[in-house]
Design a binder for this molecule. Structure first.
Ligand SMILES: Cc1ncc(COP(=O)(O)O)c(C=O)c1O
Length: 392
């Protein structure tokens, strides 16, 4: 049977779409590929908190939360998240992928809703959100990325006697642009739609005290759930959903990914709790990071790069072809820089891109190095790049 799998990846190889784990480098590279946006993954306080939690509660949780795995730390973290997100409750999951797939699919349960739900869904949403909708069997109605007029028209066109859900990321992971929050909240209210927000890339960077963009709007009149991760700016792993008490109880009883999985390591939860607390003290770091991103975006645009609609610390350089993006990644690597090459199906066809992720660890010198390395690459792509000013 192995040959069938081999034939499949042979096909991917022929199309230039074969993926491989990155090489492990002996030498240190300037890293623009990490999601450790606040540089917390190696912070001493997090390491100390992880070790202390391990000593107190063990390395492993020993069981699902419903059996032997429910430790004080989980409840403490959930309480903190609920307070800072302004929700009644929160529930922690082992990963963002697991949270989305199990929570969203259980929300969309046709048996519980007594009708097949309609899911209005940004085309560029993460794979875990797509998988959840497919798993649930709900009707998927995709709208163009961040196209609020189209979303509004689609909501108008569909009957209100079926449960409606709107699903979107608040900061899009591959484009680095931001959801027009108030407009989406207004539409959800107008159509009595459930709003499902994924704050994976906003958590730690945007919103009040860095706790995500949902903290910038009132969601009182809209049934909603906000998901976020500890795996990106918080530098750890795992995820949360912030929601009503009713929904938390529903997930504890109905989400397979919660019920049938060993709880996260107490060491991870201890570190996540520490990271959650540190994040609120990092306003100055966030401002500097977003300023650095503005500077880099201007430099890239002057170079003729297509940075899409990026408005965050995530900046794509959209090159179009898969070959061009792989070649650019390779050349940057030769110059000592790690930048992710993102290709379909992660992004739509002909929008292959370098994904530059800035962190608080980067300096103006670092982005100058990146811009300098991109000059010859872009000169091959763009016929007449505009003259460049130095960053420094
Ligand atoms: C928007 C979004 N949601 C969910 C996830 C999954 O999170 P995790 O890596 O914690 O599984 C990711 C990760 O890339 C993401 O970008």
């Amino acid at each position: 049977m192995y040959h069938l799998y081999q034939q499949h990846f042979q096909k991917l190889q022929n199309k230039g779409k074969y993926r491989q784990l990155p090489e492990l480098f002996g030498t240190k590279r300037l890293d623009f590929s990490t999601n450790d946006y606040l540089g917390l993954s190696r912070r001493k306080e997090l390491l100390d908190a992880a070790i202390a939690a391990g000593r107190a509660y063990g390395v492993g949780a020993t069981g699902s939360r419903l059996l032997s795995g429910n430790q004080f730390l989980f409840e403490a973290l959930e309480m903190r998240i609920a307070v800072d997100k302004g929700t009644e409750a929160a529930l922690v999951f082992n990963s963002g992928f697991q949270a989305n797939i199990s929570v969203l699919s259980s929300l969309l349960d046709e048996g519980v809703l007594k009708a097949k739900p309609l899911v209005f869904f940004d085309k560029l949403n993460h794979a875990s959100l797509y998988s959840a909708v497919f798993l649930s069997g709900a009707e998927l109605i995709r709208y163009n990325h961040n196209d609020i007029d189209q979303l509004s028209n689609l909501l108008d066109k569909h009957p209100d006697d079926r449960p409606k859900f709107i699903v979107a990321e608040t900061v899009f992971g591959m484009d680095g642009d931001v959801l027009p929050m108030q407009a989406v909240v207004d539409l959800a209210e107008k159509h009595s739609a459930f709003l499902y927000l994924d704050e994976a890339h906003a958590t730690g960077i945007f919103g009040k005290n860095g706790y995500g963009l949902s903290t910038t709007v009132s969601l009182k009149k809209v049934p909603h759930l906000v998901m976020g991760t500890f795996s990106k700016a918080l530098g750890v792993s795992g995820a949360y959903v912030a929601c009503s008490e009713i929904l938390k109880n529903y997930f504890v009883n109905h989400s397979q990914g919660f019920i049938y999985s060993t709880a996260n390591s107490p060491m991870v939860i201890g570190a996540a709790l520490k990271a959650w607390d540190i994040v609120r003290t990092m306003d100055a770091d966030r401002s500097r990071l977003l300023e650095l991103a503005n500077t880099l975006r201007s430099q890239l645009q002057a170079l003729g790069c297509d940075v899409g609609t990026s408005a965050s610390h995530i900046i794509p350089v959209i090159l179009g072809s898969e070959d061009a993006v792989m070649e650019a990644k390779h050349q940057l690597l030769k110059s000592g820089m790690l930048v992710s090459a993102i290709r379909p199906p992660t992004v739509p066809p002909n929008t292959s891109r370098l994904r530059i992720a800035l962190t608080t660890q980067h300096t103006l010198q670092d982005i100058q190095r990146l811009v300098d390395a991109l000059i010859p690459l872009m000169a091959r792509q763009v016929k007449s790049p505009k003259p460049l000013q130095k960053v420094l």
